[in-house]
Design a protein around this ligand. Structure first.
Ligand SMILES: Nc1ncnc2c1ncn2[C@@H]1O[C@H](COP(=O)(O)OP(=O)(O)OP(=O)(O)O)[C@@H](O)[C@H]1O
Ligand SMILES: [Mg+2]
Length: 220
């Protein structure tokens, strides 16, 4: 993979929820290109459209107008999304949750298990391997969700406030794990965050305000 391959392109991509007088424009015509190896932090206040933009990039939401184009070579497991909210499957323990994308991709179980444990170690959560989601804290669940994407080793990592429920030290370690993994595999990494200290670790920062993705020079 050449270092400047384009993975996803948004051209005037907009996302509106609801219709008529109930309509909420979560994202106004966003223009954005994500290339392999990119390190992008999307910053903005609550409700500004960060999660919505990430869901558009992931293909989880369809643009209401404009286009979001993903490179043809990207398969279903080449994009990994760390959800902002709870996303672990209650009936599976931590290591099973972490291994799930690999199991779904038909990788051998022992390989999936090993990759899951290695990823859990990167976020200091290997000791939680046998616990169920209801037996771990919110911040621990967030670290497991990050580990699940690291185990998957996608070409594009989209992480929605991956440190939002973590203290400064733990959050720093999770960010280290994401950045190191992306360096290792050449993946692009896009995070959303409220935290200027998190954003400062990214080469590119883009701000959102009221659904608008501001131009690069407009980061306040
Ligand atoms: N499923 C939905 N139905 C209707 N409105 C929605 C839906 N999801 C998001 N919105 C609205 O879209 C706007 C953008 O929401 P979004 O979740 O993208 O913001 P955010 O920047 O991620 O906020 P936060 O920092 O709180 O996570 C908000 O006004 C929100 O209320
Ligand atoms: Mg959000």
């Amino acid at each position: 993979m050449s270092p400047d391959e384009v993975l996803v392109t948004c051209a005037d991509a907009a996302l509106t929820f609801g219709r008529g007088t109930q309509a909420v424009v979560a994202v106004h015509g966003a223009n954005l290109e994500i290339g392999s190896g990119d390190r992008l932090a999307v910053v903005g206040p609550s409700g500004s459209g960060k999660s919505s933009l990430l869901h558009l990039l992931a293909g989880l939401e369809q643009a209401t107008s404009g286009t979001v184009r993903r490179a043809a070579f990207l398969g279903p497991y080449d994009i990994g999304l760390v959800f902002q909210g709870d996303s672990l499957i209650p009936a599976l323990n931590v290591v099973e949750n972490t291994a799930l994308p690999l199991v779904l991709a038909d990788r051998p179980e022992s390989e999936a298990q090993q990759a899951a444990l290695a990823a859990l170690t990167l976020v200091d959560a290997a000791d939680l391997a046998d616990r169920l989601p209801e037996e771990i804290s919110g911040g621990q669940a967030q670290r497991v969700a990050v580990a699940r994407v690291l185990a998957q080793s996608p070409r594009l990592i989209l992480a929605d406030e991956p440190t939002g429920r973590l203290d400064h030290t733990t959050g720093g370690r999770v960010l280290d794990a994401l950045l190191t993994a992306a360096d290792h595999t050449g993946a692009a990494l896009v995070v959303t965050t409220h935290d200027p200290a998190v954003a400062a670790r990214f080469t590119t920062r883009r701000a959102m305000r009221d659904g608008r993705l501001l131009a690069p020079e407009e980061v306040p």
